[in-house]
Write a protein of this length. Sequence first.
Length: 280
Amino acid sequence: LQLLEVEMLRSMFPKKGEINLDEDAVPGVQRYLRNADGALPPQLEYSIAIDVGEAKVKVELQVLLPHMYPHVAPQLFARSNALHRQRQLQLNTGLASHISSLDSGELCIYEAVQWVKDNSLPYLENSKISPESASKEVVVKETLHRMWIYSHHIYRQELRRKIFDCAKKLNLTGFCLTGKPGVICVEGLRENCEEFWRVIRYPNWKHISCKHVENIETEGGVDNVRLFRAFEDLQFQAHGDYGLRNDYHMDLGQFLEFLKQHQCGHVFQILFGVEGKLAD
């Protein structure tokens, strides 16, 4: 059913760039359907560029399909550079409400596309700021959101690629510490951090938890209070077996040093329950 829906959408949006779908996604599902004894393929994930209004403002609908869709609701997120954060949040709240009102078990991505096309314009218009109102807003306060995420381990290349792709897409900085234990830090706008958390832990990453959240209010833009300039790939000296199993422990002393260099050494105790001490 998911493949049939994708083919239908491709025929409705045939122009280049209208549907963005990884070229391996559909063949991976087809291989699984031919041999269902193998491992489940990655969930189908794609985006659809939607023209809204006479000005043809681009609104992108991001789609993530659980393996049990359409019997389980899809994960949908609409975004546009022409939308302020609050308006984008309101648009997605309306979209979620509409999708939940539909009959369960039915394919609904085209319905979601149509709803976005028909209902985005008021949110886009409300996002425009007149010169008069802009001049009154001398001080604009923003809040940086920072999440500290702990996992028993992070090894799989597919999972790591998903983490890095998602952080880049959502303009998040921080790091991913690969190995055992695994630690992820993301910082940026709150809705982007929460979207990252929603995406990476779905469908069922059991050994993962958000240990700590920080909110830093600033008048100079969130970029001024970030602790990290990019999203880094951390791989320190490891202890353990490099053989058949990926069962190796990261050197937490090096990790503590890294945290202290970035003015967040206090988080070590929050993550691991012990106070970090560096060797002389």
